[in-house]
Design a protein around this ligand. Structure first.
Ligand code: XIL
Length: 733
């Protein structure tokens, strides 16, 4: 029992520490039985490039079978591997991959028949090493293509016929005092010998060999506007001349910074005007600024991936898959280039894949797989207004009527800006530079209503958003944002009612040997003379609620982001409660670091509270000092504190409340008469079943217990505002 409580609390605290549970959460998989290929069954096939190890190791084989429904041989079907010399064929490895596909009913993408690299270079020269005529070359290429295509035509459904024939950059030539446009083609041996005719020939040979296979032209940097247009122009020219090109293969060797969604979208949109089939053939996303299929690249450093880099990776995968889904009419297969980071041709230290070096799914995997189709076409309403948490004169951030948040941050030289707030499991919202060079971004969907802490991560460093006020949470002053809630009137700042006030008090704690701070809410009218029992005018005395914050927070959290004072003012003004005092003290919770929370006993705070703070408050404020006029409640780790102290010192408090901070079991409470009212609450996105059961058990055991499940909220302040609102109405009765 104790252990479960500790574990539950550790989770609760972990959520709290991260600022905002709604946006974080471990990448636990809500749909573990649905794999990549299943998630995309109405969109396109999900493929993977395999090496020999992948098809020889049971665990990897199982992973491939579970997740993918298309396979590409990473190297084993390339001309240079299959056919290194005239008359010499190495079929073994290619056969092994093809047989794997045959046995498991998985489709095979053929890669590739004609490429400048890993090519059968012998085709260019005769036995004496002299260059051959292009007719000889064509004959050799034709025989090669026929042999390979025929051998695998039962299982290969498409071929990358020509790979990477276009130039990366085109520079004008300067000769005889004149500029002439540079060639759009790669200056390969193929091109030198044949011009662009070799492209047409290769496609013709492939079509002869298998009229049923789809034939692709495949290239990288295919979204770069210049290269995109070169690819487009070439394919169009060929198709106009009757060359049998069925599709364009977009290699998709991208990075976390680009290409932009706009460039990917524009490339697909353009390509689909000339081909009916687009395959993303070699997808991976590097963690540096390089991209493309060039065979020279940096291999990264052997060090753990920084958390924010992983967020950028997840975000880029999320963005590009959204565009791919949008173009499902033309995209029929998306293939990852390699199974896990360990296999990546870029080296394990570029971390470019959804599966890590141990073949464990990364956050990116969940983002790709568990996409929300409803959000794909969702456009936020353009009724964004500046947020109430903003500093005076600051326009940004803004929130719209649906709960989307939009951010704008000036950081001209930054490489990445991430807002820690966003939909669950993604690590936040990644901003992109807009056309004015300013970082902007909108949450992918509506946020939970209520208050959220957040911060910015700029190139890995953590900063606050200069647009907003600061709120103490996560053991630091964080930025904050308020998403309008349907019931927000109960904590509204009303102009038509009198308000109480918040006092900051400083008291000396002998047990700690230092000063301690607390905030005291005094209801409106506090200190005024009223007619007493015997008709004499006297100062009214009030019951007191000791109300604790959570881990990472302090004595300012309830008064500021908790809106405790406004909630009280409104309840009092509406006649729903009789006025009482609230004391919000720092609960020493932040002195406990993660890993030691299991040892948290609240004994130090118990001394401060009962031996020092309560006597101070009773001596300096107009309080009623018996236990039936004293309550204790707390949120999250403050709930844990409350539970420990109320159970140990039932003679001090007559009303107890746990807000997302655990539950009481009837058998833990020694004397059923020692408590008049127990409140337990949490958000509907937390552990409502636990609260409901606990409240039912307490009631069955004869306790006056009440629960609240806050609709649509998680481990955040709207949950606790609602809890306070209800609980306050039941105290001291
Ligand atoms: C890569 C392989 O992954 C590496 O193992 C090999 O050393 C070089 O080729 N574009 C392509 C792929 O079309 O065939 C390349 O594959 C990566 C770039």
């Amino acid at each position: 029992m104790k252990q479960t409580f500790k574990t539950a609390l550790a989770i609760v605290l972990a959520m709290n520490c991260l600022g905002s549970w709604a946006q974080w959460g471990a990448p636990a998989d809500p749909n573990p039985t649905v794999k990549l290929k299943d998630a995309y069954k109405n969109y396109f096939m999900i493929g993977v490039a395999l090496n020999q190890r992948n098809v020889s190791n049971d665990d990897q084989v199982n992973l491939v079978k579970a997740e993918f429904n298309s396979i590409t041989a990473e190297n084993d079907m390339k001309p240079g591997e299959l056919h290194p010399k005239e008359g010499v064929w190495n079929w073994e490895k290619a056969d092994k991959i093809a047989n794997f596909c045959r046995q498991n009913g998985i489709k095979l993408r053929g890669h590739c028949l004609c490429w400048h690299s890993q090519f059968a270079d012998w085709m260019f020269t005769d036995k004496k090493g002299k260059p051959v005529k292009k007719e000889v070359f064509y004959q050799r290429l034709r025989e090669h293509i026929h042999a390979v295509v025929n051998r695998y035509k039962d299982v290969v459904y498409c071929w990358d016929v020509v790979n990477e024939a276009m130039a990366d950059n085109v520079r004008p030539n300067f000769a005889n005092g004149k500029f002439t446009p540079g060639s759009p083609y790669r200056d390969s041996r193929h091109y030198q010998l044949c011009g662009d005719e070799f492209i047409a020939k290769a496609f013709e040979f492939a079509r002869e060999a298998d009229p049923n296979a789809l034939l692709f032209y495949n290239d990288y940097n295919e979204c770069d506007p210049g290269k995109r247009d070169r690819i487009f122009d070439m394919v169009k020219k060929m198709k106009d001349a009757g060359v049998p090109i069925d599709g364009i293969g977009m290699q998709g060797h991208y990075n976390v910074y680009g290409p932009t969604e706009e460039d990917i979208d524009a490339a697909i949109t353009k390509y689909k005007t000339i081909v009916k089939h687009i395959h993303v053939t070699e997808l991976d996303i590097r963690m540096n600024t390089e991209m493309g299929g060039q065979l020279r690249f940096s291999r990264g450093e052997n060090k753990p991936v920084a958390g924010y880099m992983n967020t950028l990776l997840t975000d880029q995968y999320n963005r590009i898959f959204k565009i791919f889904r949008k173009h499902k009419d033309v995209i029929d297969c998306v293939t990852f280039w390699n199974l896990g980071d360990r296999d990546s041709w870029l080296g394990v230290n570029n971390h470019p894949l959804p599966f890590d070096e141990n073949y464990k799914p990364k956050q990116a995997y969940y983002a790709i797989k568990n996409f929300d189709a409803k959000l794909d076409n969702a456009q936020p309403k353009e009724d964004f207004v500046s947020n109430p948490c903003n500093q005076p004169g600051q326009e940004w951030p803004k929130v719209n009527s649906q709960g989307y948040a939009r951010f704008r941050v000036e950081a001209p030289d930054a490489k990445s800006v991430i807002v820690s707030l966003g939909l669950g499991g993604r690590g936040g919202t990644v901003l992109r530079k807009d056309k004015d060079g300013v970082w902007t971004g909108t949450t992918e969907g509506p946020m939970d209503p209520g208050f959220h802490y957040y911060h910015l991560t700029i190139d890995g460093g953590v900063f606050n958003d200069p647009g907003t006020h600061n709120y103490f949470g996560s053991c630091r002053w964080e930025s904050g944002i308020e998403i309008p809630a349907p019931d927000q009137d109960f904590y509204a700042e009303r102009t038509d009612i009198p308000h109480g006030n918040m006092q900051k008090i400083l008291f000396y704690s002998k047990s700690l040997g230092k000063m301690q701070e607390a905030t005291v809410y005094l209801p409106n009218g506090y200190g005024k003379l009223v007619k007493g029992k015997n008709g004499k005018m006297e100062q009214q005395r009030y019951p007191v609620l000791y109300l604790q914050h959570g881990w990472g927070e302090n004595e300012t959290s309830w008064p500021v982001q908790g809106k405790a004072g406004l909630i009280m003012d409104n309840l009092i003004a509406d006649g729903k409660i009789k006025p009482f005092i609230i004391v919000m003290a720092y609960g020493l919770t932040n002195d406990f670091k993660f890993g030691t929370i299991g040892k948290f006993t609240a004994e130090e705070f118990e001394k401060v509270l009962i031996d020092e703070l309560i006597p101070y408050v009773d001596a300096n404020f107009l309080t009623k000092t018996d236990k039936w006029n004293r309550a204790m409640a707390g949120l999250s780790m403050g709930g844990m504190t409350t539970k420990l102290i109320t159970l140990r010192r039932p003679e001090v408090f007559g009303y107890w409340g746990l807000l997302s901070g655990g539950q009481y079991a009837p058998e833990e409470i020694k004397d059923p008469k020692c408590v008049k009212y127990i409140f337990e609450g949490c958000g509907s996105k937390e552990n409502p079943a636990g609260i409901n059961k606990s409240v039912a058990d307490l009631k069955a055991a004869g306790f006056n217990a009440e629960g609240l499940i806050s609709e649509g909220t998680a481990h955040e302040f709207l949950t606790w505002r609602r809890c306070l609102y209800l609980m306050a109405q039941k105290l001291f009765k």
